[in-house]
Structures are given as structure tokens and as C-alpha cells.
Design a protein around this ligand. Structure first.
Ligand SMILES: [Zn+2]
Length: 128
């Protein structure tokens, strides 16, 4: 194999990778901003799963401030055709009305806010 051709291929691959990086950053930033957040930092994780062109996915560490002013660090992956996926759930999306801190006062069973009584022990929710 001609060495200079090999070098050109490598350089082209790096150039494409860098271009993807900027496209990804823009996309992630837009994703955060459309949800009312503000990006603090986006760091490429080259050694995460999906390294380089594997599965056409890139992984990033993201820190952003959500609309309530909370600083959140998370991981996302993105690929050219499928958009941005958040590794730990889209925490900046409207929080579901299930209050995870709500537990049965009697038995400690995790409760859905809609439930009037604990399904585990029958204790009335909110009655102490
Ligand atoms: Zn209970």
C-alpha cells in the first residue's frame, strides 16, 4: 500500500471525525436549548462504547443547567441519522407527576401520586 495514500485516508477520517464533532455539539446544544436548558460543557468520550464510527454513534459527557437552574451532568449518545439519546433519561423534560420521594408512611412502599391508598398495605396516602 502506498504510504501517502494511507496517510491521506487517515487525515480524511480525522477531518470527518472533527466535522462530526461540531455537528454533534450543535445538535446537542439545540436539544438542550429547546428544552429550556443551557449547555455548560460538552465533552466527547472517545473511549465509550460506540467509539469512532462503531455503530455510527458518538458518546458525549454533557453538563448543562436545566430550566429550574439545576446543574446536571449526564451522558448522551448521538448518531448522524437518529438524533440525540440521553443515557440517564431526559432529566430536563417535564418531570413526570410520579413523585419518587413519596412513600407509604406505614410500610415504605413507593407510591404513585395518583394513588389514594398504598397498594401494598392499604394505608391511606396523605393521612399520615
Ligand atoms: Zn403501605
Amino acid at each position: 500500500m502506498n504510504f501517502s495514500v494511507f496517510v491521506e485516508i487517515v487525515l480524511a477520517a480525522i477531518a470527518v471525525r472533527v466535522a462530526f464533532h461540531f455537528i454533534d455539539k450543535n445538535r446537542i446544544q439545540q436539544e438542550v436549548e429547546t428544552r429550556g436548558g443551557r449547555v455548560v460543557s460538552i465533552k466527547w468520550k472517545p473511549f465509550a462504547r460506540g467509539w469512532f464510527f462503531e455503530k455510527n454513534e458518538r458518546h458525549y459527557d454533557i453538563t448543562f443547567i436545566d430550566r429550574s437552574g439545576e446543574t446536571i451532568s449526564t451522558t448522551c449518545k448521538t448518531s448522524f441519522f437518529t438524533g440525540v439519546y440521553w443515557a440517564e433519561g431526559p432529566s430536563m423534560v417535564e418531570k413526570p407527576r410520579i413523585a419518587s420521594w413519596l412513600h407509604c408512611m406505614k410500610c415504605g412502599y413507593a407510591l404513585n401520586a395518583d394513588w389514594a391508598a398504598c397498594p401494598h398495605c392499604g394505608h391511606r396516602v396523605g393521612s399520615g
